[in-house]
Design a protein around this ligand. Structure first.
Ligand code: GDP
Ligand code: MG
Length: 439
């Protein structure tokens, strides 16, 4: 898949150390192919690669200590931008009910997603009402009713002899009268876009003035999904997209193109048939998953709940940019202590268990004290530049901190291992990264 392809491009790049313009161009050619193969829209790919190239070919990047990492970082940021930058939240009307209208082709997952949304809102202490406005497909009303029963969420229906516009209007009244703060209108789809469907949807929208028109689309259909979204958007002013069936073997093209092509943000992704398989969409996390950095973010999230948020952010930045110094090492040991058992944390870092030495990092107070003494014996310059610690300097550190030269050497070695790991973190490969892609 896309993730595997991109990760191998960047791991090749990292293997090179210093980079030339040709190296970067070669890598970008492969990125371009990988994106096209993932069924990302041609023009989107072209713009994307041009943007990355412009940023990656600058002197600063190629001269940097870890050029490949900087390139990965640029790709990561551009992928995030491509998918909308930040999370797009569900609208909330200050004159309830907030009306959410579902739209999309038949089989895209509108009805299932309506149920999932109701469940999500219910868990947030809202009182959603589901409305059955698909009067055409046999058993469509029943399907929604079954979901409603499962969730204990009320389902409004007027049978299949009343027009969808009337149903939507009455459902709105019903929600208002019964204190439902969200109204989710499940509509009919067709196998193909047709004018009758569009007109019906436009009429419903004109009647109930939805706060959200969510376009539900099967991510497995790739670029076709994006094309359909675009034609719906032209006629309906969609407010957001829900990508369904992300648990299936999708190539990823829809997730990467839909925002760029339609201007409509992805608000949710659905990852299964079960009612809890709906997640808010975070462009940054998706980008990181694609690049195999997923577990690092999970770790950072964990860190953020245990640790001061600003510090965790700074830690993340440093991890990504490999500006990791002895001072940070000390800091991190203290933070890590707050996170819990070290083995558990290491389990979240794919590759960490493969790295010799890292398991030897003991996080006990005694060890911390010794390490702290060594770091404190360093000059400011030495702390920032581990490479300048010559034998003479190490001897001085040993004497100054009351440790043996061996202790100092061992610590510096551990530090180097940790640093190496930080670098590898940015391009984590292997089964865990892949798993995150699917989750
Ligand atoms: P609608 O015609 O747009 O209302 O689509 P439905 O909600 O009836 O869904 C069509 C089929 O897709 C059903 O069998 C759903 O169980 C299935 N489905 C919906 N969302 C997902 C998803 O995220 N993952 C998987 N694997 N199946 C889904
Ligand atoms: Mg349906």
């Amino acid at each position: 898949g896309l993730a595997t392809r991109l990760q191998s491009v960047f791991s090749k790049l990292r293997g090179k150390g210093k980079l030339t313009e040709d190296d970067v161009n070669e890598a970008l050619r492969e990125v371009r192919l990988a994106l096209l193969e993932a069924d990302v829209n041609f023009k989107v790919v072209k713009d994307f690669v041009a943007k990355v190239r412009e940023k990656a070919i600058g002197q600063e990047v190629l001269q940097s200590f870890t050029p490949a990492m900087v390139v990965v970082d640029i790709v990561n940021k551009e992928l995030t931008e491509l998918m909308g930058g930040t999370q797009s939240k569900l609208a909330r009307s200050n004159r309830p009910p907030t009306v959410i209208m579902m739209a999309g082709l038949q089989g895209a997952g509108k009805t299932t997603t309506s149920g999932k949304l109701a469940k999500m809102l219910q868990q947030q202490n809202h009182r959603p009402l589901l409305a059955a406005a698909d009067i055409y497909r046999p058993a469509a009303i029943k399907q929604l009713q079954v979901l409603g029963e499962q969730l204990k969420v009320p389902v409004f229906t007027l049978g299949d002899q009343i027009s969808p516009v009337e149903i939507a209007k009455s459902a709105w009244q019903h929600a208002k009268e019964n204190g439902n703060d969200y109204l989710i209108i499940d509509t009919a789809g067709r196998l193909h876009i047709d004018e009758a469907l569009m007109e019906e949807l436009r009429n419903i929208a004109a009647e109930v003035k939805p706060d959200e028109i969510l376009f539900v689309v099967d991510s497995m259909t790739g670029q076709e999904a994006v094309n359909v979204a675009e034609s719906f958007h032209k006629q309906l002013e969609l407010t957001g997209v829900v990508l369904t069936k992300m648990d299936s073997d999708t190539r990823g093209g829809a997730a990467l193109s839909v925002k760029a092509v339609t201007g409509c943000p992805i608000k949710f992704v659905a990852t299964g048939e079960k009612l809890d398989a709906l997640e808010p969409f975070y462009p940054d996390r998706m980008a990181s998953r694609i690049l195999g950095m997923g577990d690092m973010l999970t770790l950072i999230e964990k860190a953020q709940s245990a640790i001061d948020a600003d510090k965790a952010k700074e830690m993340e930045r440093k991890m990504r940019s490999a500006e990791f110094t002895f001072d940070d090492f000390l800091e991190q040991m203290e933070q890590v202590k707050k996170l819990g058992p070290l083995d558990q944390i290491l389990d979240m870092l794919p590759g960490a268990n493969k790295m010799k030495g890292i398991k030897d990092v003991k996080v006990d107070d005694k060890q911390m004290g010794r390490v702290a003494a060594i770091v404190k014996s360093m000059t400011k310059e030495e702390r920032a530049n581990p490479d300048m610690l010559s034998l003479n300097r190490r001897k001085r550190l040993a004497a100054g901190s009351g440790n043996s030269l061996n202790d100092v050497n061992r610590f510096i070695k551990q530090f180097e291992e940790m640093r190496k790991m930080m670098k590898q973190l940015s391009g984590m490969m292997g089964p865990k990264g892949q798993k995150m892609m699917k989750n």
